[in-house]
Ligand binder design. Structure first.
Ligand code: CMP
Length: 140
């Protein structure tokens, strides 16, 4: 097993309901370290750039509107197999399919307002982390 970094975003539906602490507790209980954290309100251009990989998808415009509807918390999580581990902690994209105990099962409102984002590969993690953070801001 390898120590990895992954990018997590706590989405506007979760910040609106003050769920940041409860979500972070789930990361920490499973052994992930929050190595960087930043609360920000994305602009439309920033959200479009972050989700550019989804720009051809039918839900893209709604996704961007949702992601700029309130503050988000961008974080770097570090730990053994952090990318897969975080995806397990989050649960399936659609909360209807998420396992009990996962963030999305407990907190998500819908497939769009699904409380958290997590990188899905090492390449995505590297790109997404550098989108939000400078190396000097990441302290594991
Ligand atoms: P996320 O992991 O942030 O990556 C893309 C997001 O698009 C996804 O989580 C969902 O919140 C959102 N989304 C909205 N509609 C859909 C859909 N039909 N299929 C997949 N993702 C969707």
């Amino acid at each position: 097993m390898a120590t990895e970094r992954t990018l997590s975003i706590i989405k506007p539906d979760a910040t609106r309901r003050n769920l940041t602490g409860k979500i972070n507790a789930k990361f920490e209980e499973k052994g992930l370290t929050i190595a960087a954290t930043k609360r920000l309100h994305l602009t439309k251009a920033q959200a479009e750039a972050f989700y550019a990989v989804h720009s051809a998808r039918p839900f893209f415009n709604d996704l961007v509107s949702f992601m700029i509807s309130g503050p988000v918390v961008a974080q770097v999580l570090v730990g053994e197999n952090a990318i897969a581990q975080n995806r397990e902690i989050m649960g399936a994209t659609n909360p209807a399919n998420a396992e009990p105990g996962t963030i999305r099962k407990e907190f998500a409102e819908s497939i769009e307002a699904n409380s958290v984002h997590g990188s899905d590969s090492p390449e995505a993690a590297a790109n997404e982390i550098s989108f939000f953070f400078a190396e000097i801001e990441i302290v594991a």
